[in-house]
Write a protein that binds this ligand. Structure first.
Ligand code: F6R
Length: 243
């Protein structure tokens, strides 16, 4: 496990974008695992800058997003598909046919979960997985539970996750209560993982993830078992670590 401590959100975003840009340059047909939420927005902006400087090419890149709200159509502004289009895909030369997000409107969510897992596996697994972290240490929408979820699954979001995500919606009532999330199998099968965290509200989750025991009640703690994981933390997110 590697820990990179940086000053603030901007530096975190630059460091992460640099790693992603290196991956895309070294392997032009890389498979990237992507996250949504506030944390990676700065990273995506930096990637767009690097792309505009003609230093990277997304023509042959494939992406898989971690999750999608259940029962939101991809046209809904709050859907993660919309988020990805607005914050990244519309600004780079990626072929949208090669960008995958679980179908939040799937009539049969179980079937959709299986389909998504087999897509990721068929693509040879993820080369570089980008993760944010919830203040309850969820990754993707793998919420604290008595066991780690293996495959892509339909999740009941925890109240704290609904509350945290309410900032993106007009009211708390509008926040979906369920989501489809990649499980730990695909995340752990990624060849390289970077987890980004910024802000004091992530400090305890980061401490438990890195220094606590591996425990499904702290879902991100499973990353202690990953052979190539890098945490990029700003001062506040790293503030409770022992060293
Ligand atoms: C989103 C995702 C979530 C977020 C987490 C943190 O695709 O997988 O695990 O990374 O909820 O969200 P922010 O970055 O908004 O604090």
């Amino acid at each position: 496990m590697k820990i990179i401590k940086v000053k603030n959100y901007e530096e975190m975003s630059k460091r992460a974008a640099f790693i992603i840009a290196s991956q895309v340059s070294i392997k032009e047909d890389s498979v990237l695992g992507l996250a949504t939420g506030s944390t990676p927005i700065g990273t995506y902006k930096q990637i767009i800058n690097i792309y505009n400087d003609k230093l990277i090419d997304f023509k042959n890149i494939t992406t898989y997003n971690l999750d999608e709200y259940y029962d939101l159509s991809e046209e809904n502004e709050q859907s993660y598909r919309c988020f990805m289009n607005q914050n990244l895909f519309n600004h780079i030369n990626i072929d949208k046919k090669n960008t995958f997000v679980p179908n939040g409107k799937a009539e049969n969510p179980e079937k959709e979960c299986k389909r998504y897992d087999s897509l990721v596996e068929k693509s040879g697994n993820i080369d570089l997985q980008i993760l944010g972290i919830g203040s309850n240490a969820h990754i993707g929408f793998n919420e604290p539970d008595d066991k780690f979820a293996k495959g892509t699954h339909l999740v009941d979001l925890k109240q704290e996750t609904i509350d945290a995500n309410a900032r993106f919606f007009k009211s708390k009532e509008e926040v979906p209560k369920k989501a489809i999330s990649m499980g730990m199998k695909n995340i752990m099968a990624a060849k390289k993982v970077i987890l980004l965290a910024s802000g004091e509200n992530k400090a305890q989750a980061i401490k438990s993830t890195i220094e606590g025991p591996i425990n499904p009640l702290v879902p991100a703690s499973i990353l202690q078992l990953h052979p190539d994981v890098t945490f990029i933390l700003d001062e506040e997110a790293a503030s409770r670590l022992d060293k």
